[in-house]
Design a protein around this ligand. Sequence first.
Ligand code: FMN
Length: 188
Amino acid sequence: MKVVVGITGASGAIYAYRLLEELRKRGDEVILVISDAAKKVIRFELEVDIEKLYELATQVFENNNLAAPIASGSYPVDAVVIVPCSMATLAAIATGQADTLIRRAADCALSEGRPLILVLRETPLNLVHIENMMRAKIAGAVILPAMPAFYHSPKTVKDLVDFIVGKIFDVLKVPHNLYKRWEGERDG
Ligand SMILES: Cc1cc2nc3c(=O)[nH]c(=O)nc-3n(C[C@H](O)[C@H](O)[C@H](O)COP(=O)(O)O)c2cc1C
């Protein structure tokens, strides 16, 4: 798989880090772009520095490089995952503002009918956020909020994070054991 991973400045950089680790384990090709705001958040939230994230990618581009291959829909990729996705980037995607590489890659994914997964993180949500989610969803994006479940009895933060990474893999149709699936309650 060739996947674009865009990291934006919402809280939850750890979701991106774990996704990159898992994609690397699988041997997928990863094209990584990190927004300026995300670089700041990564410094606050992760114990590893940004170089470690870059090492997990196949190729890295700056977010202002609108001449990168992924800025064109003619460049084939299997999916674009924005994780975590800020409300600012959601708003840009929902309104067609392709003014950064991450936003442009998302725009191209929608144009080409390729999977675009937005791992949103904000709470509480205002009406603008909700309307933007609706617009992005109608345009073809998968709205995948960073909203871990508890039915798989998570014991650690990693368990919670891996639940979301597993959900991303579910959308990408990638087999995984990142969380234990609900098997249903037995009668009697
Ligand atoms: C520590 C920190 C945490 C933030 N968390 C969020 C968040 O969870 N969700 C969000 O939408 N924005 C959050 N922001 C604000 C975004 O970083 C800001 O809107 C930025 O313009 C997003 O730009 P980008 O989408 O290009 O990365 C946070 C900012 C900082 C400094």
